[in-house]
Structure formats: C-alpha cells, structure tokens
Design a protein around this ligand. Structure first.
Ligand SMILES: C[S@@+](CC[C@H](N)C(=O)[O-])C[C@H]1O[C@@H](n2cnc3c(N)ncnc32)[C@H](O)[C@@H]1O
Length: 476
C-alpha cells in the first residue's frame, strides 16, 4: 500500500493551549428578578422587537444606550452579586470558547485517534469511499458554521451588559476564561436547541409539545381574547422562546421566564436579531459520530429561523389577527413568581418540559398557585426526567443537556437553591396538584412520542411520552 503523508489541517481555530480554565464555578439562585422585556415595535412601523423598561424608570448602569436596542431592564445589577456575575461571565465565555473547544473535542482528538490506528488502516480509511479525514474537515466546517451563531450570541450578550470583548486581565469585569467544560456544553446544547425551537425540521417536536398548549388556550380563552380582554400567560423555563412567541402570535400576552443566561442570550438573539427567515445555518448533529446511517445525516444543515418573529408579527398585525405581546423575565421562577406583585396575576401558566427541573415539586406547585388568578389554568406538557436525581444534578453524557439552568443544591437561600429534592411519579404529581388547590380537568392520555433535539434518522431514538394535563386553580 502506498504510504501517505499525514495531511495537515490548518484551521482558523487554535486548538492548542488550555481549554478549561482553572476558575471555580458555582451557581447561586437568582435572588432578585431581572426582568428583561421584549415587545413588538409595530406602532413605529419597525419589524424589530425591542426592549422596554418594565417596572422601574431607573436606568441600569449596564444598559445599552442605543434606542431600539434589546437591553436588560430592571433595577437588579448582576455585577453586584459574585455568584450571579460568575454565572453571567461563564455563559459569555462559553460562547467565546465554543469554536475552539468544539474543534478540540470533536475533531482534533479524533484525528489523533485516527492516526494512532495501524498506518495501513488509517490510510485505507483516508481513501474514498470513506475519506474519513475529509469527513473531519467537513465537521470542522460545520463547527465553524455553528460558531458563527455562538459569536453573534456573544456579541449581543456583551452589548447588552456593556462589557468589552477583550477586557484587560486585571479588569474586575474581565469575563474571559471563566467558563468550565460544562458551561461550554451548555453553549453547544443551546445552539443545537435552535433545531427544536426555530427550524422547519423541528416542527415535529414542537407539534407534540407546544400545539396542545395553544389548543388548550384557545378552548379556554378564545372568546374572551376576541372580546378584547387581555389574557396573561406565563411560560416558565421558556428556553429559546418559541412557545412565548407562538402564544403572542395567537393573541395572548405571553411572559416567558428563564434562569439560564445561555438561553436568555440565545432567545434574545433569535427573537430580535436574526437577519430574516431561514437566514442562518445550524448543523445540530455534526458532533455525533454514532448511530449514523450516512455521513450526510451527520452533516445535515437546518436553516433558522423557520419563521422570522418580526415579519410574522407584522403580517399578523396587517391582517388584523388579534396580536398579543411578549416579554421575557430573567429570574429564578420560584423567586420572581412568589413575589406579592405577581400574586394572582396570570390567567394561565404553560409549563413545557419544565416541572421536572424542580428539586422540590411542591415549591413549583405553590408558586404556580400563587401567581395564577382564581379559576386560572395550568397547562402542562412534559416528561418527568428529574433534573435533580438522588439529591444531585443529573449528568447525562450522551444526551442533549435539557437542564440548562445550573443548580447548586448546597445553597440555603430561597429559590431553586433551597436544600432537598424528591422525584415523584406522574400519578403522585397529579395527586399533589389536586391536594394543593387545583382540579385536574384533562388527565394524561393518548401520549404522543417526541424527542428533544432528536435526529429523526439516528439509529438511536431517545423518545419521551410527555404527560399532557390541564388543572384549574380552585376558586375558594
Ligand atoms: C428542559 S428545558 C425546556 C425549555 C423549553 N420549555 C422547551 O420545551 O424546549 C428547561 C428550562 O427551564 C429552565 N429553568 C430551570 N429551572 C428554572 C428556574 N428555577 N427558573 C426559571 N427557569 C428555569 C432551564 O434553564 C431550561 O431552559
């Protein structure tokens, strides 16, 4: 067999040097609300969604100055709290490190392992039809495409908080080298999550998870909505914002809530800053080398957003479709929605793939009870993959990370950091919901299977059979 020279891959990303900084990372629950609101700027004729001051006229020191810029409003300063600042910086740094880390973890190591094969073996596999080294080059290209989104999300995050892209190392606001490997995994999952929420190919997952919510909302509220009443819907654990957007488009006032900066930056970007419909490419499965029927499957590209939020809302406004509003509150759900200002303030709560993020489900039920109006509706869709299992955050190596928000279970402050955890079965959860002041009106049945960022062609299908049920807060 002819001897081949090792091809040299020259890549933009520098894969040498430390990838994981020795900076300790911990998470404190968000103890104060940091509401960050988006609203359609339709009156001024713009298609942009933009931020506005929600509750306070006090300008945050870190707000962007530009008019029409999406920004962070509210009187909570994340820089004033050590844990919060670390979380914010680590999320930003994880998007910065995404490109380099992915090249290192996904292709660089595979090249090394490949060249460690007996030379006649790697040489055979370097030739067509295998061309494995070409495959690695294509995967590098796919990583670079994904990294463009990471860069855009990072730029938006930096702008939102008025942070420098390259701060001096001794600057107290230096956020470089603060991300851990787990933070970079979250950045990666967040980018893959665009498949679920904002690609045409993710429609099958959305149909199982979001359509029941919209149907239930219509059944309950359509006539009141059409009569001009404002119907307020809370979407806790809003992820990348698609359900918030769809709820708004359906004519309701949707308030999303998220604790994870990864998710908040990415949803802000996709809701406010994409260049147009299908303007950005993502390769959601490029890093997966197992259970492939073909390489084409691995390198599949999806375009996002399948629907451009600004264009869709302008179109809805033109056609006189009742149009709602949307906002996003960055906070620990347990803290923000237990506040007295949120008492009995929502007509509905729509929890999708959310309740199993609870270490203590009783706290989640109390919070939903507190913020729902008497007679209000709680619509739930999702599995019970408890994110705190056996007292510890669950670690899944092969699955997409569906947790996103970190929890430090050693925290003693209120919110998700409160000590203790328990994992209940579906029948026990329903029993608890009834015991805590709700009447179950629709019980789980006719379960539709769905994945979570699942490659439909993979030889391994991780499928949920989510529990869909509807409960009403009993009027006392
Ligand atoms: C499994 S993801 C589901 C996201 C989205 N609902 C979906 O269906 O794709 C759960 C989300 O809940 C968020 N989350 C977890 N605990 C939270 C809390 N205490 N307050 C607000 N959001 C939380 C996580 O950051 C994550 O984005």
């Amino acid at each position: 067999m002819q001897k081949m020279e090792r091809p040299r891959r020259v890549h933009a990303a520098n894969v040498d040097g430390p990838l994981i900084p020795p900076f300790p990372h911990s998470r404190v629950p968000r103890a104060s609300p940091d509401p960050w609101y988006l609203c359609p700027d339709l009156e001024s004729g713009g298609l942009e969604l933009k931020a506005f001051m929600a509750e306070s006229d006090t300008q945050s020191a870190h707000e962007a100055d530009g008019e029409g810029e999406a920004t962070w409003a509210g009187d909570y300063d994340p820089f004033s709290d050590d844990g919060e600042r670390r979380s914010l910086f680590a999320a930003l740094d994880s998007f910065r490190q995404y490109r380099r880390t992915m090249h290192q973890m996904v292709t660089h190591r595979r090249r090394q392992a490949f060249y460690a094969l007996p030379s006649e073996h790697w040489q055979m596999l370097s030739q067509p039809p295998f061309s494995f080294l070409d495959t690695l080059n294509h995967v590098d290209d796919a990583i670079d495409t994904n990294a463009e989104l990471a860069d855009a999300i990072l730029a938006l995050g930096l702008e939102s908080f008025g942070l420098q892209a390259d701060p001096p190392k001794d600057d107290p606001l230096c956020w470089h080298d603060t991300a851990t490997a787990s933070d970079v995994t979250k950045a990666s999952s967040t980018i893959h999550q665009f498949f679920r929420d904002w690609s045409a190919e993710g429609a099958a997952e959305r149909a199982v998870c979001y359509e029941p919510v919209l149907r239930d909302l219509h059944t309950e509220f359509q006539s009141r909505r059409d009569a001009g009443e404002e119907i307020r819907v809370l979407v806790p654990g809003a992820g990348l914002g698609r359900l918030v957007f769809e709820t708004c488009l359906a004519g309701y006032s949707a308030e999303g809530n998220e604790i994870s900066y990864h998710q908040l930056f990415a949803s802000s970007w996709v809701l406010n800053h994409t260049a147009g419909p299908a303007a950005h490419a993502v390769h959601p499965f490029a890093g997966k080398f197992s259970n492939l029927q073909s390489r084409a499957q691995q390198l599949r590209k999806v375009m996002i957003p399948d629907v451009h939020p600004g264009v869709a809302m302008a179109k809805a406004a033109e056609t006189q479709t009742p149009l709602g509003s949307m906002s996003m509150a960055a906070a620990d759900f347990l803290v923000l929605y237990m506040e007295s200002s949120n008492r009995e303030s929502f007509d509905a709560v729509a929890s999708v793939f959310f309740i199993d993020t609870a270490p203590n489900i009783i706290r989640y039920i109390e919070t939903i009870y507190h913020c729902l109006k008497p007679g209000g509706l709680w619509i739930n869709v999702g599995p019970l993959l408890w994110h705190v299992e056996n007292g510890r955050p669950r670690a899944d190596e092969d699955e997409e990370d569906t947790s996103n928000g970190n929890k430090d279970t050693n925290q003693t402050s209120p919110g998700i950091g409160e000590g203790g955890s328990v994992e209940l079965s579906e029948d026990e959860v329903l029993c608890l919901v009834e015991r805590m002041g709700f009447c179950i009106e629709i019980r789980p049945g006719n379960r539709q299977p769905c994945g979570y960022i699942q490659d439909p062609d993979s030889m391994l299908q991780n499928l949920y059979q989510p529990s869909h049920w509807v409960a009403r807060k009993i009027v006392k």
